[in-house]
Design a protein around this ligand. Structure first.
Ligand SMILES: Nc1ncnc2c1ncn2[C@@H]1O[C@H](COP(=O)(O)OP(=O)(O)OP(=O)(O)O)[C@@H](O)[C@H]1O
Ligand code: SF4
Ligand SMILES: [Mg+2]
Length: 330
């Protein structure tokens, strides 16, 4: 029997009201997350990938209680999280932490590194004496590769990579069981990206930390992810073991993402991605009929416009794809 999941998400919906609409102009909501299912086991890393606007950050915020869900269920160690108030969330803050793309962006630029890292201890473990708090913060800084000499620096004096290390230290200091990383490396140079990804992989392994790692790009999550979930317009297009998804992607959208390899850039330019997907960019306020991917799918047929494909298990693999033309398995 499979072990009980640490996190279990079922039929999750997060719909935002559309602004500036006249009453007769159609659907009044943006379905940022629409009917999402997945499980996460203790110590497992799930990579979540999709283009801008597909609902990744909305999902991350809903998982940590910063965004109200419209429907569905999020269970952490069997406890339902949807509908909890701030007070009920407090003990869970030690268990579930979030790392943002710009983790220091919401803090004062004058705040010292040591205080940034120690702050969650102050808020969530107030019984801890100040000297122990400081010792733990210094140890955590050392673990993420930042020496004691950085402890008294101000947030504004850090490089992008150092800032992200501080963000990781701040999230992990309370020893969570689940870490949700929302595009933690997207704003960093490629060489720094690799260092941060290696650091997160090491930390996850040594702490048996479950991790959700969000990125635009399948290549970024490859090194980390045990399983991968591909999103499009708030829905799961494909999910499965990382090896299966990378070597035998079943959904046309996943295949297009995999084929969007970087193009060699001229000196001093950022690498570009070959654009493979035709059609208009996604508009979350106006989801297409039938399969949401049909306006851009190279394999589209009449049935794709008529009905929404359910997420089907792929024959012979722990892999699921939402496409009418994937051979279903038991
Ligand atoms: N607070 C909000 N109110 C209304 N609409 C929102 C809100 N937050 C996000 N949206 C909309 O929901 C959709 C999903 O946004 P979200 O930020 O979750 O996407 P994303 O996949 O994280 O994108 P990116 O890769 O650019 O970060 C978008 O259409 C966005 O405009
Ligand atoms: S259901 Fe149709 S449009 Fe959607 S991914 Fe499959 S082939 Fe493409
Ligand atoms: Mg986002």
């Amino acid at each position: 029997m499979a072990p009980a999941p640490l996190l279990s998400v079922r039929r999750l919906r997060v719909h935002y009201p559309k602004r500036g609409l006249l009453p007769w102009t159609g659907t009044p909501t943006i379905k940022a997350v629409d009917d999402l299912h997945f499980d996460l086991q203790p110590g497992e890393t799930l990579g979540i990938v999709g283009e801008s606007g597909c609902g990744k950050s909305t999902l991350a915020r809903a998982l940590v209680g910063l965004q109200a869900a419209s429907a569905g269920s999020i269970r952490f160690r069997g406890q339902e999280l949807i509908g909890l108030d701030r007070k009920e969330w407090k003990p869970l803050r030690r268990e579930v932490q979030l790392v943002f793309q710009d983790p220091l962006g919401s803090l004062s630029p004058k705040m010292k590194v040591i205080d940034i890292v120690a702050e969650p201890l102050k808020a969530l473990m107030p019984e801890l004496p100040a000297d122990q708090r400081k010792a733990r913060a210094l140890a955590m800084l050392a673990r993420v590769g930042l020496g004691e000499e950085l402890a008294d620096r101000k947030a504004s004096e850090l490089s992008g990579g150092q800032g992200q290390r501080v963000g990781i230290a701040r999230a992990l200091i309370v020893e969570p069981k689940l870490l949700i990383c929302d595009e933690p490396v997207s704003a960093l140079d490629v060489s720094i990206q690799a260092q941060i990804i290696n650091l997160l992989a090491d930390l996850a392994r040594e702490r048996n930390l479950a991790m959700i790692f969000i990125a635009h790009d399948l290549a970024v999550v490859r090194q980390l992810a045990d399983r991968v979930l591909v999103m499009y317009l708030g829905k799961v297009m494909e999910q499965g073991r990382a090896d299966d998804v990378y070597t035998r992607a079943r959904h046309p959208y996943t295949r297009a993402l995999l084929e969007a390899v970087p193009v060699i850039a001229a000196d001093g330019e950022k690498p570009k991605r070959r654009r493979l997907l035709g059609g208009a960019a996604i508009q979350p306020g106006q989801p297409p009929m039938g399969c949401v991917f049909h306006p851009r799918c190279p394999l589209v047929e009449h049935a794709c416009v008529q009905s929404v494909p359910g997420l089907r298990k792929v024959e012979g693999a722990e892999q699921y794809a939402a496409c009418h033309f994937v051979a279903a398995g038991g």
